[in-house]
Ligand binder design. Structure first.
Ligand code: GLA
Ligand code: ZN
Length: 682
């Protein structure tokens, strides 16, 4: 396998973060000091200009690049590189004043005033033109600048706009999708509550406060449209970047499971994925689950392109926007930074380099505090991470190999989020995925989080919790995957609706899924929070809660039954050989211990093991990367206590090449990064 990293001309883990010299133009001494501190902190890169439009274009058509020229030159002179931002995440006041159409209209059809950020219309021709112009000027000016390594396009795209332009664009999108109103009425089941549309102009976006929320197909299509329109806006942003800097890769910073944009659509247009995340470390046992939940985010973002990614933002200490903004305990910064690497990142980047002097984010964690010097705990933590990254460079360009995938699609999630029924307010789609993920994380199993367009045959085991929305195409794909030898685990709510949220007729799970799983799900019981049932499997009794389906085995083998209530004795877990593969079904929501044990049995059946051979105490895990020959294992202790494990192999530490075998001690919050060539003796 050829090792290739995201920036082959700058083969280092990036370390640095959001740098805002535009805010400090009146403080030349601070800008000077930044460069001294940049080197001291072992940083090598910054993201600049993310919210700098007012500095770059103080008056319409009058540009001033002086602060940016200096920053680009200074960073380069100090051995660093720049990820240059396009400034569309926030616009200057003059623009909003002169061209109100650039501002977003909310679902109550109120146009927002100037202020805040991330609130532009993504259809407005004027905004698109202004963005293309400033982006073009930036690209033309810096196209040959040796500091420039990537484009950071806009910031955390999210949400949608309900202005007349966006509504008209939505109707056009619907015409393209359905062709005729009859087809749309049919798929959306608009005979319900007299919704039949007789003219395209009658269709408006859903609006829970003011307009429609009864037509699920409409709600899901609106979100699909928003993802397409965001992606189209992104394409407009990058056209001038491609023109002047075809050699510079583009990215947009994503936010894990963020719901308003289908990242699978946007990610197709990115050269590499970048990701922001802010775990809420508590300094308690809760950190263990929290670490797993964040690992799932990293894996999701990595899996969008099945390639290493850039961690664009994280905090070196606290945030300032949570309810409680606790400090990272000593050791946690190193632990969380190494965790990002363990899941495929080629960077540890921060929001933010220096705390701003005023406004909303001045108390958010930063490398440099208001005190202004390097003698702080956080600065030392950061410098230590930077020093360690330099010693880990042989890991750059390595990839994550995984035999297990979890299926997660935004559209399925939206469909469940808007569905009336079940538990009304929260179907817990993300949490359920993370519950399944946790069972794998605890065992040190690498996971990909894939979408329905991905190739299932790359995996031995595909887990698809709450896969409610299944098109005929997806049903066919699942059937083929299992028939050809794959192992699939699905759960309650499988295959209830098609891609436009119309129920499958003829019993659930819809279509061929009944044949693949050998079951019929007659009813689903939604339990009150205080209710539960019991399921006994392999001699152990587990709590079933939230959902229990009343299942009939129609060809499947029943592995366990319900112990209580009027459906006691009905199947709760089934297995069904289909073709060369096997389809498992779990009809209830189970506790963590159940998922740990049950998923463990599937791994065992397929011989899927962690790349680290030792036992993993609760809170200790091991994820790996490889170049095809050497396996790199990140053995991490997410507990505040020392932990121990034992290996029967011979490893070396990546940082200093020390041999490691037998008993291994892990410090509280400690990370050991081990390497070994499986082909070699030992
Ligand atoms: C987001 C934004 C940053 C900053 C941080 C604060 O991720 O992209 O500009 O506001 O949050 O945590
Ligand atoms: Zn709009």
């Amino acid at each position: 396998m050829e090792k290739s990293c995201i920036f082959p001309d700058f083969p280092h883990f990036l370390h640095g973060g959001d740098y805002n010299p535009d805010q400090w133009q009146k403080y030349p001494e601070i800008l000077e000091e930044d460069m001294r501190l940049f080197k001291l902190a072992n940083c090598n890169s910054v993201s600049v200009g993310i919210f700098a439009w007012a500095a770059l274009e103080p008056e319409e058509g009058k540009f001033d690049f002086s602060f940016l020229d200096k920053a680009m030159d200074d960073i380069y002179a100090n051995g660093g590189r720049v990820i240059l931002a396009t400034p569309s995440g926030a616009r200057p006041a003059w623009m909003a004043q002169k061209y109100p159409e650039v501002m977003r209209v909310d679902e109550s059809r109120q146009r927002h005033w100037f202020g805040n950020r991330h609130n532009h219309c993504f259809t407005s021709p004027i905004y698109r033109q202004k963005v293309a112009e400033i982006n073009g000027r930036l690209a033309e000016r810096y196209k040959d600048h040796p500091a420039l390594i990537a484009w950071h396009v806009s910031n955390e795209y999210s949400g949608s706009c309900h202005c007349d332009l966006c509504r008209a664009a939505f109707r056009e999108w619907l015409k393209r999708k359905y062709g005729t109103l009859e087809a749309l009425n049919d798929q959306w089941w608009t005979a319900f509550w007299a919704h039949t549309y007789t003219d395209w102009s009658q269709i408006d976006p859903p609006s829970p406060p003011m307009g429609d929320r009864a037509i699920n197909g409409l709600r899901i299509d609106w979100l699909r449209f928003a993802a397409d329109q965001t992606t189209d806006f992104f394409k407009n942003e990058i056209a001038p970047l491609r023109k002047f800097t075809p050699h510079i890769p583009v990215t947009a910073n994503l936010m894990g499971f963020h719901t308003s944009v289908d990242y699978r659509v946007l990610a197709k247009e990115l050269d590499f994925v970048s990701h922001d995340s802010y775990p809420e470390w508590k300094g308690t046992a809760a950190d263990i689950r929290h670490a797993s939940d964040h690992a799932a985010r990293y894996d999701l973002n990595r899996s969008l392109k099945h390639k290493p990614f850039i961690q664009m933002e994280s905090t070196p200490s606290n945030t300032n926007w949570k309810q409680f903004n606790k400090l990272k305990r000593p050791g946690m910064h190193m632990l969380s930074s190494m965790q990002i690497l363990a899941h495929g990142s080629e960077s540890v980047l921060y929001f933010q380099w220096r705390k701003s002097r005023g406004a909303a984010e001045r108390f958010h964690g930063a490398v440099v505090d208001h005190v202004g010097h390097e003698n702080t705990r956080v600065f030392r933590d950061v410098a230590e991470v930077g020093a360690r990254l330099k010693k880990l460079e042989e890991i750059l360009g390595t990839v994550t190999e995984s035999r297990v995938a979890i299926l997660y699609d935004w559209q399925n999630r939206w469909a469940l989020d808007v569905a009336q029924g079940f538990q009304m307010s929260d179907k817990k789609v993300q949490k359920t995925l993370q519950d399944h993920y946790f069972a794998l994380w605890r065992r040190g199993i690498n996971v990909e989080i894939i979408g329905e367009e991905d190739d299932f045959s790359r995996y031995d085991l595909v887990i698809a919790p709450q896969l409610y929305m299944t098109s005929e195409k997806l049903i066919g794909k699942i059937a083929d995957y299992v028939r050809d030898g794959g192992e699939m685990l699905c759960t309650y709510m499988l295959g209830m609706v098609n891609e436009n949220d119309r129920c499958h007729l003829g019993g659930f799970p819809g279509g061929k899924l009944k044949e693949v799983f050998g079951i019929w799900n007659e009813e689903i019981d939604t339990l009150y929070p205080e209710d539960s049932n019991r399921v006994e499997w392999r001699g152990k009794s587990y709590r079933a809660f939230d959902y229990c389906e009343l299942l009939h085995a129609e060809g499947a083998e029943t592995l366990a039954v319900y112990g209580e209530d009027f459906y006691a004795g009905m199947p709760a877990i089934t297995a069904h050989p289909y073709g060369k593969g096997k389809a498992y079904y779990v009809a209830f929501r189970g506790e963590d211990e159940f998922l740990y044990d049950f998923i463990g049995s599937l791994l065992e059946e397929r011989g899927i093991v962690s790349d680290f051979d030792g036992a993993l105490p609760y809170g200790v895990t091991a994820h790996s990367r490889t170049d095809g020959e050497t396996v790199y294992v990140f053995l991490q202790n997410f507990t505040a206590q020392p932990q121990e494990t034992e290996t029967s192999r011979v490893w070396r530490t990546v940082e200093d090449g020390e041999p490691v075998s037998g008993r291994i001690a892990l410090a509280p919050y400690g990370t050991l990064i081990l390497a070994r060539k499986p082909g070699e003796p030992g």
